[in-house]
Design a protein around this ligand. Sequence first.
Ligand code: NAD
Length: 390
Amino acid sequence: MINGEQRISRPLRWGMVGGGRTGQVGYKHRSGALRDGTYRLVCGAFDLDEARGRDFGVNLGVAAERCYADVQALIQGEAGRADGVEVVSVATPNFTHYEITKALLQAGIHVICEKPLFFSVTECEEIAALARDKGLIVGVTYGFTGHPLVHQMAAMVKKGLLGDIRLVDMAYTHGFNAGDDTGAGEAVKWRTNPRTAGPTFVLGDIGTHLYYLSEVVLPQLKVERLLCDRKAFIPTRAPLEDHATVLMHYDNGARGRLWVSSVDAGNMGSQRYRFVGSKASVSWSDAHPDQLHYEVQGEPGRVLHHGMPYLEDESLAADRMGALHTEGLGDSWANIYLWIAQAIDARQRGDEAFLATHHYPDIQAGLEGVRWLENCVRSADAGAAWVDFR
Ligand code: NAD
């Protein structure tokens, strides 16, 4: 159980690029990072608007002189300080991730970056090599995979409780873009423009969460082939999609079906996962993250609750609130941030043995998400053809 006791020797000096006052995801980063005293927010280039960014940073308790205009100013300003920043989170629109991450790594600063990580696998490989050369950690904020019951599913699969995995069924849909983009805010504008979003809209925006969570639950399964059909129901979003269906063949013979959409009118946003094996299945949704449906063929279904002693150790180790009380998205993000902090701490101590077995969403996880997107686009652009995964 996680109870706020320190797992690393001292708080990491932490900064943010993006995630300013008007940013959608910024507070999730801060609520995750600042929960346990594992990080201390010391600086930021929070906003494209310098004055608003400084005002915001000061309101967060950051010294005015450490609220910078942009990432370059942050790197320069922090470089000369004995108490300079050690790790920076990147919570900016997709098209900026690569340049900002590269600049931070070159300056010797660990990075925690948003998904989808970059635009191409080639960029991911280049940055992975840079991080390796510099001995730095890159974490990726797949923020839903800190939920304790995600790790319960992974542990049950590993123990063989489901039998051989046959079906992987995943959906992340909402209706917030069901109408057209007249009068849309910045966050919709950059998401629907290939120059700023990258090669996909909903596949990258929400589909990468599904794909990564399935990798956490089923690390031994690899996609061999896939078929992706994507469409812009609002034509101004083309060539990007606001809706997509992906079929997948896995190397053990399992079949996968994944649906992502931002035009699922009336849906307030939910992720649904069902993993089916030869003996049993598990179903989980982030709408009810404290409950896991476990159904053994021929037996009455069971609902497992987070924090209960009958759960696997891996799940209980990620629990914060205990069984009687609800556990939510903020707790999940706090776990992700804690696990990344432990990776940074281990790297700083030179504890490679710890790193070899420590699990967190790392740059390889970010790269695999981008690889999956590239394959989806290749299939969709070929007219929803089956393509070999590469
Ligand atoms: P947003 O448009 O709402 O906010 C972007 C923020 O970054 C704003 O504060 C803006 O002023 C600032 N900004 C933009 N360019 C900047 C730059 N060059 N330097 C400094 N600040 C800059 O975007 P958002 O919805 O918060 O998304 C940001 C990123 O987070 C995207 O990559 C998105 O895919 C990702 N995201 C992830 C999750 C998740 O669950 N992990 C959820 C939402 C968004």
